[in-house]
Design a protein around this ligand. Structure first.
Ligand SMILES: [Zn+2]
Length: 109
């Protein structure tokens, strides 16, 4: 079985690299590894029409974040203020952390 490696985790700050939301940034709400997608807070809203049912008298439009493919987002370094290349290294205690290849900032504190 292939082990999927993702640089991006829940609560990361990311920037959108492609598509209509390009240049926007937001926090990762959810990672969907099996789909290689992420859901980012307040990014890529889609309108969902809801039908009236049950006790509800009318339908409406529900806005919801749609997942974006992981290749369209980049981890944002708050120090560099831009999406950066990520490196991995081991720290004390054998923990693996991600760091910014540009400024050395560690993301997993
Ligand atoms: Zn940096």
């Amino acid at each position: 079985m292939q082990i999927l490696k993702f640089h991006i985790k829940k609560n990361d700050l990311v920037m959108i690299l492609n598509g209509k939301e390009k240049g926007k940034s937001g926090r990762v709400l959810k990672v969907l590894p099996e789909k290689e997608k992420v859901i980012i807070e307040k990014i890529n809203f889609i309108k969902k029409h809801t039908r009236p049912h049950g006790q509800q008298r009318r339908g409406g439009i529900l806005e919801k974040e749609a997942p974006l493919h992981i290749s369209n987002v980049g981890l944002l370094c708050e120090k560099c203020n831009r999406p950066v290349r990520i490196g991995h290294r081991m720290v004390e205690g054998g923990k693996k952390v991600r760091f910014c290849r540009k400024c050395g900032e560690i993301f997993d504190k």
